[in-house]
Design a protein around this ligand. Structure first.
Ligand code: GAF
Length: 385
């Protein structure tokens, strides 16, 4: 595959005969803290070495002309109509223009070429990456004066409204605020964040891609958000101070939800436990207890699989194989679920053998060829030129 940064540059020059501005916006991993963001808890993501790229220049008219370099396709609409396309891909750009207009930002036409190497549907936030790249680029060329956090919120709103997923803020935040060599501990309620160094000697963050595309993800995701909301309303009848699951304790969940439907009880139990687990995992990091951190990743997977029920047989199988490998410190499904990747921490000296065995085991059991990504933690959204 051609380097996407060079690709957008070349295709732009060939198509428009101009020197574009180029923005890189990365995909993300999340070490621990899954399905906690929309419950106003904590997350621990990082931006990675796979990203969406947009090459862009202003136009004098109202036209939006977008080229998808990888697909060799183009799409034209106007700012005033912001018409969506049946092709799908242009909409991740158009939805951002739509959101900018909604907050009365003056955007004119533009030429753009997009590309990227964030695998689609693998739970690494390819859509958030493209949306953030677009918002950042338009902010720059049209001098809209948006702060980074406003870009994050705008891109999240675009995903909520256009994709129809009531997602939290983690993916867009990680893409924009990521920092090389660090994970970001984000408090999703106050939006206060802290950069925590994550350069572990001899340990790699490895993603095992189940290659299962998460078709259930949007609908079941929204079911989970409302089940959590239902749990909160019940707890609130006794404890008025609880406005989100972030405020609830395990004791409150036991007391108020034990006699409710198993779904509500299990979902809420998982979220409260996961939030506590993340805080304990951050202490492990600080104390350099990386084995303990890894164990918590396994516990998260069990919670996501058995209580939150967002895993699938393929992800469960990958995690069960990981548990047999001494060189893997921890592994769990990552992101919304129902497919996508397992994130793991792997000892570098054993990496080669582990990758080989994991691929073989997966193929033998599922008859699916697995992709493996060895990630590095990189900077968040920025101009590359
Ligand atoms: C998806 C969502 F977009 C995030 O906001 C987050 O909720 C995640 O699933 C689960 O932690 O990636």
């Amino acid at each position: 595959m051609k380097d996407p940064q060079n690709l957008v540059k070349e295709v732009f020059k060939k198509t428009f005969n101009e020197e574009p501005l180029i923005v890189r916006s990365p995909g993300r991993v999340n070490l621990i803290g899954e399905h906690t963001d929309y419950n106003m808890g904590y997350v621990l993501p990082a931006a990675i070495n796979k990203a969406a790229y947009i090459a862009i220049t202003k136009r004098d008219d109202d036209t939006i002309f977008i080229v998808a370099a990888d697909l060799d396709e183009s799409y034209t609409t106007t700012v005033s109509s912001c018409a969506y396309s049946d092709k799908g891909w242009p909409n991740y750009v158009v939805c951002i223009v739509e959101q900018l207009l909604k907050i009365n930002k003056k955007v004119g036409g533009f030429n753009a070429v997009i590309s990227g190497d964030v695998p689609l549907g693998a739970g690494m936030s390819s859509s958030a990456a493209l949306e953030c790249a677009t918002a950042f680029a338009l902010n720059h060329i049209y001098g809209l004066g948006l702060e980074k956090m406003q870009i994050v919120k705008l891109a999240q709103k675009a995903e909520n409204e256009f994709v129809g997923v009531k997602c939290g803020i983690m993916d867009q935040f990680a893409s924009v605020f990521g920092k090389k060599g660090h994970v970001v501990k984000l408090d999703c309620r106050s939006l206060k964040y802290e950069y925590v160094p994550f350069e572990l000697e001899g340990i790699k963050i490895v993603l095992f891609d189940s290659m299962v595309k998460h078709s259930l993800a949007s609908s079941e995701y929204n079911v989970r958000t409302s089940q959590c909301g239902e749990g909160v309303s019940i707890i609130q009848q006794k404890y008025q101070e609880v406005t989100t699951l972030r405020d609830a304790t395990i004791e409150m969940v036991q007391e108020c939800l034990k006699n409710e439907s198993k779904d509500i009880y299990d979902r809420c139990k998982y979220v409260v436990e996961e939030n506590n687990r993340l805080l304990a995992a951050c202490d492990d990091l600080q104390d350099n207890k990386i084995e303990d951190f890894g164990q918590k990743m396994y516990e998260t997977h069990t919670g996501l699989s058995e209580l939150y029920e967002v895993s699938c047989p393929e992800l469960d199988f990958i995690v069960s194989c990981a548990k047999k490998e001494k060189g893997i410190l921890g592994a769990r499904m990552m992101g919304g679920g129902f497919g996508g990747c397992v994130i793991s921490l792997v000892r570098e000296e054993e990496l080669e053998g582990i990758v080989k065995r994991m691929k073989e085991a997966y193929y033998n059991k599922m008859n699916i060829g697995m992709n493996v990504y060895i990630t590095q933690i990189e900077e968040g959204t920025h101009l590359v030129k």
